[in-house]
Design a protein around this ligand. Sequence first.
Ligand code: MN
Length: 241
Amino acid sequence: MRKPIIGITCNTLLVDGAIQPGITRIFVNTPYVDAISLAGGIPLLLPPVTNPTLICDQVSTVDGLILSGGPDVNPLLYKEEPLTNLGTVNHARDQYEVQVVQAAEKLNKPLLGICRGIQMINVVYGGTLYQDLSDIDGCNIKHLQSVSQFNALWHSVDIQPTSMLAQIVGKNKLIVNSYHHQALKTVAPGFAVTAHAKDNVIEAIECQGNHFILGVQWHPELLAEKYTVMLSLFQDLVKRA
Ligand code: MN
């Protein structure tokens, strides 16, 4: 039997100064690929396409999925106006990932959302986001970490002891990294919050039904090589796939 294939959604980049003006490229940060390889899966990059049938074909080709980090989700998707501190949005990627999540639901593919990924999952299932952490009363932890190593730990999170997340990592408390300026506001129906930062910012959610959907606000892929507890998130996804 072959190893499970884990699809990773990608970013697009408009290439300034390319010899083909207006050309875009598709990419993902290498640690996603490395983390899946290390966890025993076959990493496969999923380029954003527009044809809905093709999106379903892509999702049916893989055994599990990672929604990777990236730019802000367009607030129109959760029926809000864009506020002053919203960052960059990528309409094409939003459109693509909404359909990837829907296809994963239809085809019952295990889904791990990372950073933007937890936010996208929450929005697709009917939740909303804070467009910037400054919109949250009492949010006083620096969630955009400032340290020169990409694999450094930053703030603690408290994990719901009875959650799937606690089972996977085998702990009720973790020190994680933090590279976000947005956070979940209302949580989508059918999902439970399973980790909080000390300032109550939501750091993880999971689906309460039979479909495996886990979202984390931090970036475990950056820590997976150094910390086995972070690798365990990818090993669990590979096992379920
Ligand atoms: Mn954080």
